[in-house]
Write a protein that binds this ligand. Structure first.
Ligand SMILES: NC(=O)c1ccc[n+]([C@@H]2O[C@H](COP(=O)([O-])OP(=O)(O)OC[C@H]3O[C@@H](n4cnc5c(N)ncnc54)[C@H](O)[C@@H]3O)[C@@H](O)[C@H]2O)c1
Ligand SMILES: [Zn+2]
Ligand SMILES: [Zn+2]
Length: 440
């Protein structure tokens, strides 16, 4: 599948853009440790050239913190097309500025910053509205253009469908349009508090704001990985009177239940629609999908997916459309990539469901607000999302265990040789082997 996608892309040629994936190397040929993709369930550490300033507005970071995301699992399973062997992964990272290009005036070496998972140009019509994930000028994928009619922004470390820009699961990273895509971390904010501004916090916040959770709403959240768990917290902060939190991982269900007016629903033990409908026959006000399209529940979808009769699974959208009230709101923040069968379009139309593709989240729209109003004030305690800390050399093992959700693994802080020691209230350094055999 990857080979065909890459052939199609090659035949069409790249769209000309302002952020190119090719980068200059340091003249002395020095190398760094980085995590690279080599195929389905094959990632490994490589020695890669340290990036140098390649465009005037570039910033080079010494990475002080990075992590793994549920989205990386789609790459790990080779389910996002446009991957090439040797691609450096990682779209969530932060660091200390090492070098700046001649066009950069507001950042200098030594500044601590967190980056957005998307690369935005800062000037196009989307960037002017801070819709940074939709920037028109940073993703060269003509394949995405032909699949979706438009292109998302380029993303760090997410393959060539999103621009092929090398990622930050590495000791150094190049940030195109550095002033736009780096947020300065103010004193008093720890690396662990800052790192997740790159994706999980703005993404989950976007899901809740964009699907419009209002005071008193009864909300359903499907999938309680870091994104879904943070959605539960945001929904409660926005005044939801009750949240149904659906997953099957005991540790994840327990973490959600600990947040307040939350009813955990185990989708393997319970019939989700029957249980929730029994308690809320009038329907949920808002439903949010924070699951992952690579995990079909029913035999029908398992077979259809295996036979490539569909790329994505409609089970969760159908549950949401069925359980939501008339004219209720349903949001998709969990990733989908292509086509699905058996979608209940009838219920969608007849009930007037507001069905919202939340899109890749526009991090720049929210990251100041989250930092100032929720992290600095302590209203959102980031430590609830962070379960482990490991070193960058452990990345290949981390992918394997994160995929299998061993030992209650949620967000992991991955340190490099440039990291500061762990902050108070966050996990100490461990080796994946230390906890990998504990299945929860
Ligand atoms: N739109 C964006 O900007 C954006 C950004 C980051 C992540 N994402 C996506 O959000 C999703 C969640 O990310 P994450 O890091 O929390 O992932 P994760 O893989 O850690 O969590 C997904 C959870 O969904 C649960 N799940 C699977 N099938 C389910 C079902 N049928 N019903 C209920 N729960 C089910 C799994 O048990 C798991 O706990 C992923 O698809 C990821 O790609 C989107
Ligand atoms: Zn992510
Ligand atoms: Zn732009």
């Amino acid at each position: 599948m990857q080979a065909v996608a890459n052939l199609v892309q090659d035949s069409m040629g790249p769209v000309p853009v302002a952020a190119n994936p090719e980068y200059k190397h340091r003249p002395d040929g020095s190398t760094m440790k980085a995590l690279a993709w080599f195929g389905s369930e094959k990632v490994q550490m490589v020695d890669a050239p340290i990036p140098d300033i390649s465009e005037d507005k570039d910033v080079i970071l010494k990475v002080t913190g990075t992590t793994i995301c549920g989205s990386d699992l789609h790459l790990y399973h080779s389910e996002m097309i446009g991957m090439q062997k040797g691609d450096i992964l990682g779209h969530e990272f932060m660091g200390v500025v090492d070098k700046v290009g001649p066009g950069v005036t507001t950042l200098k070496p030594g500044d601590k910053v967190v980056t957005s998972f998307q690369v935005a140009c800062g000037t196009c019509r989307y960037c002017q509205k801070k819709f940074s994930s939709m920037c028109d000028r940073t993703n060269n994928s003509s394949l995405m253009q032909s699949m979706y009619g438009q292109r998302d922004a380029g993303f760090f470390g997410y393959g060539h469908l999103t621009g092929g820009l090398p990622g930050g699961q590495a000791e150094y990273a190049r940030v195109p349009f550095g002033e736009v895509n780096c947020l300065k971390v103010p004193p008093g904010v720890s690396d662990e508090q800052a790192l997740y501004l790159s994706d999980v916090l703005p993404t989950s916040y976007h899901a809740v704001v964009d699907t419009r959770v209002e005071e008193g709403d009864i909300v359903g959240i499907w999938g309680l990985g870091p994104i879904g768990l943070a959605c539960v917290k945001w929904a409660l902060l926005k005044g939801a009177s009750k949240v149904y939190a659906i997953d099957t991982q005991p540790a994840r269900l327990a973490a959600a239940a600990a947040l307040g007016n939350v009813v955990p629903v185990d989708f393997k033990a319970d019939n989700v629609t029957k249980k929730i409908h029994g308690e809320v026959p009038g329907g949920l006000d808002v439903c949010i999908d924070a699951t992952s399209f690579h995990e079909p529940k029913t035999l029908l979808h398992k077979v259809e997916k295996a036979l490539m009769l569909e790329t994505d699974v409609s089970e969760t959208p159908n549950e949401m459309i069925w359980l939501v009230k008339k004219f209720g709101r349903v949001g998709l923040i969990g990733a989908y990539a292509g086509y699905t069968n058996h979608f209940n379009i009838g219920a969608l139309m007849e009930k007037g469901v507001r069905f919202i593709g939340n899109g890749q989240a526009p991090v720049h729209l929210y990251w100041h607000e989250i930092l100032n109003d929720y992290i600095l004030t302590g209203k959102f305690d980031v430590s609830m999302l962070v379960s482990h800390r490991v070193s960058i050399e452990d990345f290949p093992k981390l992918y394997e265990k994160f995929d299998k959700r061993f030992a209650g693994v949620e967000k992991v802080f991955v340190q490099t040789k440039f990291s500061e020691p762990p902050s108070k209230g966050f996990p100490q350094l461990t080796k994946v082997d230390d906890w990998a055999n504990k299945v929860l």
